[in-house]
Write a protein that binds this ligand. Sequence first.
Ligand code: COA
Length: 259
Amino acid sequence: MQSPCAEIQAQVRDRILEITINRPERKNALTMAMYSAMAELLNTAAANSEVRVVIISGAEGVFTSGNDLMDFLGGSASAADSPVFQFMVALYSFPKPVVAAVNGPAVGIGTTMLLHCDMAFAGSDAMFQMPFVNLGLCPEYASSFFLPRLAGHAKASELLLLGKKFGADEAVTLGICNAAVPADETLARARETAAELAAKAPEAVRLSKQLLRAGGYERGLAVMKEEGSHFQSRLTSEEFKEAATAFMEKRPADFSKFD
Ligand code: COA
């Protein structure tokens, strides 16, 4: 399978599609073109019997620093018909197993997309963060629905309201990742697991994934849309402008003037 975008690499080997996020000069921050490419690859893989499992990882020791903040400043990032949303739905509804290999920063959607992968491995160098409130934004990708169910309300509030960073061991404790592994073994562990999944009866695997996801599926989708509409409004807020400008100017954001 050919990726339509150089910053998203795709390779099918032994019935496993490997998607690699590859924009190291921006810590693999995701642009609209990259979201579109990932959505297209997933939608094609869903219908392609040559693919039984997908691996998502990032190049050069970084999973992804999340959405490109310059794109966010452009404003259209989270609209219901945007590439971000197309990617979110493509992964959320993907009928075959997805295994993530996380090294380095996994920020914003870099963490929330793991809620929609089936298994994930965290390298000892992994750093997770959902800094939406720190950016004057709000939770996305149904994290406000799935995270409290996974981690409990108190922990979800700590992670989503304070935007605290956490490491591989905590990601395992929270139930976001399956195992913490040495940094240089992360992709190998994901490949091993993907190969194990790819060798199993494919229809049984797809049905079982569907059953595992069915309970929260419709509600999760509705929450994703509701969050998306708030998120979209927040992108034009003065609070977000202050946070994004502060990031670009490499200074702490100052929210003291807001009501
Ligand atoms: N969007 C746009 N540019 C980004 C980016 C993003 N999400 N994340 C990093 N970059 C850029 C930086 O501005 C920097 O550019 P420069 O070389 O022109 O100064 C370059 O990538 C390297 O990033 P840097 O911050 O120097 O790397 P680091 O290793 O010190 O930290 C991160 C890595 C990911 C922890 C840090 O870059 C970060 O917190 N990024 C923002 C994440 C974020 O808020 N994402 C949105 C979530 S909704």
